[in-house]
Design a protein around this ligand. Structure first.
Ligand code: PLP
Length: 363
């Protein structure tokens, strides 16, 4: 690690791989001999088109997508997808299923209901403060889609296996675990993710969309809110967030070429999470994981200490030891370590060493 950089456990925007930041820095003033920066260049230039094409192809390879999936780069964050999905796919009055596993699912549900779409919440973990992922869900066979949040950034829960929706297309908000592990994209009609946790900086949203859903897109939506606007123009209908897409392309290259793909990325992420949960579970109750063990997230490890004062001191002393971003979300309090792709095993080891030291001194 560079001497002046901390171990960054921010929940998003979050750590990016150092080689990616270095490459951006190195080519920032003069991108590949063009005599100008990537942020000064036309989005219709050969250079940018090759960046965009490479980002699409790497996404296709990493996720083993077939030719039925479009890879799109949109703006408006994951939050805009909460509205675009029901607007595009529920225009004819048909219904969709939603599973509520926390704040972000709740927001997706609210947005669909606010648009007067007839959606059904078929399962929820609200009864136990969203500390678990519901099992044995009865999805409606005639729903247009079934929406889940694959990883719950605030509560620290994650679907370890995706539910069987018996043919109904799954739609998943993967903002906080996209590209963190391999999975079968076959059942998914749409996957979306704000880039700013696992694959890049803020400002761009990756949307992966299967072509069978496109037939449902109504003509009469505003042009920027229609998926067909992006699928027919290869994400280049208007000026896209060029810099953010460039950074995503470099992160995907790093995952593919340096880490060695999603199997390897998944193994590293599992090892990191195991180490931190191991430390929490071995602390004799000094640290308490808040998620039910079977639903624990590999990405966001949420835990409490014995009281808010102790938690405040823990976070402050961690900062002094070069460990940042450990405060829990303001809506739930406590502590949270986000272990996204760019967070190294070495960073987790440093956190575990600090946590052992802190518990011995304060236990
Ligand atoms: C799972 C999940 N969905 C959606 C969002 C909101 O994303 P955005 O700020 O890109 O709209 C977040 C942000 O943290 C998130 O973690």
């Amino acid at each position: 690690m560079k001497a002046d950089r901390i171990h960054n456990f921010n929940p998003g925007p979050a750590a990016l791989p150092l080689p990616v930041l270095e490459e951006i820095q190195e080519s920032f003033l003069n991108f590949k001999g063009a005599g100008m920066s990537i942020v000064e260049m036309s989005h219709r230039s050969k250079q940018f088109e090759s960046i965009l094409g490479d980002a699409v192809q790497r996404t296709q390879r990493l996720l083993k997508l077939g030719d039925r999936h479009h890879v799109l780069f949109l703006q408006g964050g994951a939050t805009l997808q909460f509205a675009m999905i029901p607007m595009n796919f529920l225009a004819d009055g048909r219904s969709a299923d939603y599973v509520n596993t926390g704040t972000w699912s709740t927001n997706a549900i609210k947005e669909a209901r606010g648009l007067n779409k007839p959606i059904q919440v078929v399962a929820s973990s609200e009864d136990r403060q969203f500390t678990y992922i519901p099992g044995r869900i009865a999805f409606n066979p005639d729903a247009v889609y079934a929406h889940i949040t694959s990883n719950n950034t605030i509560r620290g829960t994650q679907w370890s296996r995706f539910p069987d929706t018996t043919g109904v297309p799954l739609i998943a908000d993967m903002s906080s675990d996209i590209m963190s592990r391999p999975f079968d994209t076959g059942p998914f009609g749409l996957i979306y993710a704000g880039a700013q946790k696992n694959i890049g900086p803020a400002g761009v949203t990756l949307v992966i969309l299967r072509d069978d859903l496109l037939a449902r897109v109504p003509e009469n939506l505003p042009v920027m809110l229609k998926y067909t606007t992006y699928t027919t123009k290869n994400s280049l209908y208007n000026t896209p967030p060029c810099f953010a897409i460039y950074a995503v392309q470099l992160v995907l290259k790093w995952i593919e070429e340096t880490v060695g793909g999603l199997d390897k990325m998944g193994a590293v992420n599992r090892a990191k999470a195991d180490r931190l949960y191991g430390c929490i579970d071995a602390s004799g109750g000094f640290y308490r994981g808040t998620a039910e063990p079977a639903s624990r997230s590999q990405m966001n490890v949420t835990f409490r200490l014995g009281g808010e004062d102790l938690e405040k001191r823990f976070i402050e002393e961690a900062v002094k030891s070069g460990l940042g971003g450990l405060k829990g979300h303001r809506s739930v309090g406590g502590c949270r370590a986000s272990l996204y792709n760019a967070v190294s095993l070495e960073a987790v080891d440093a956190l575990v060493a600090f946590m052992d030291f802190f518990s011995k001194r304060n236990g």
